[in-house]
Design a protein around this ligand. Sequence first.
Ligand code: NAD
Length: 302
Amino acid sequence: MATILDGKAHADRMLEAVRLGVEARKAGGLRAPGLAVVLVGDDPASQVYVRNKSAACAKVGITSLEHRLPAETPQAELDALIDRLNADPEVDGILVQLPLPKGLDSKRALHRISPTKDVDGFHPVNQGLLLEGLPGLRPCTPSACMSLLAHHGVDLKGLRAVVLGRSEIVGKPMALMLLEQHATVTIAHSRTRDLPAVCREADLLVAAVGRPGLVEGSWIKPGAVVVDVGINRIEDEALGARIFAAEPKKLETLRAKGAVLCGDVRFGEAMQVASAVTPVPGGVGPLTIAGLLTNTLQAANG
Ligand code: NAD
């Protein structure tokens, strides 16, 4: 049986480090870091994320400033808000919650955020710094995954890592961070030929795809470390019966509640083959917010 890599416990450690950093700033006569969160429209999932971010800020002493705009906000108005936040000396970090409603250009909004306040690490300047291996604000999800791997003593040097997914938010930056730590990295994606064979080469498999239960136990090299970034809500019982074959309790929950969250990896199957696996929920999810607040403190400290 694999070890479960507890993301919640590691997120708590990261948040405690941020809390101490905020206290140290205040002890030095500086104000608490300020994080501005911009939420456009009323997407229910985004509202939950924003609420969770504000609650986490409160726990560590970061001031969170929410800006809610209606879904029909014109781009120019969003631009103007970002400009104001860029110029506001009380704001250290700016986060524009994605996805933006139809009609708004998210790339344009993200590129407008000052790179020094870009706590999501999505600005091309920060992505460029990462590419060059220089310090900057790095995307929260992959940097928190790296922190989790470091905490568990996973030696990345020379290890075969496969990153499934090539998004700017997770897949690509994760691959760069692993490369920086001297892993031998393959990025696989929707067009990769013979995905199971590619995955089977991985000593470390990171799945960031958004396809529930895509990665089967037979795709995993015995003893591999598996990081499951995917967060998928499934309601389909037939799908559940397939992907939870080795997790009867999860299938029961799906039947009882009508929906469950699951990752891109079949957790029950992975537990029988891998040496360590992150669960969903309770794995990478909580780490992402911890990464965001770590970045906010970093942005405040300059
Ligand atoms: P995305 O849709 O931007 O990218 C998905 C990637 O997966 C693409 O590069 C695509 O090529 C690849 N892909 C799609 N279908 C595939 C297939 N059948 N086989 C192989 N590759 C395939 O997604 P994203 O923003 O990177 O997010 C990926 C997943 O991670 C989602 O489930 C998302 O909800 C989750 N996520 C979780 C956190 C967290 O905090 N845990 C943060 C960000 C994203």
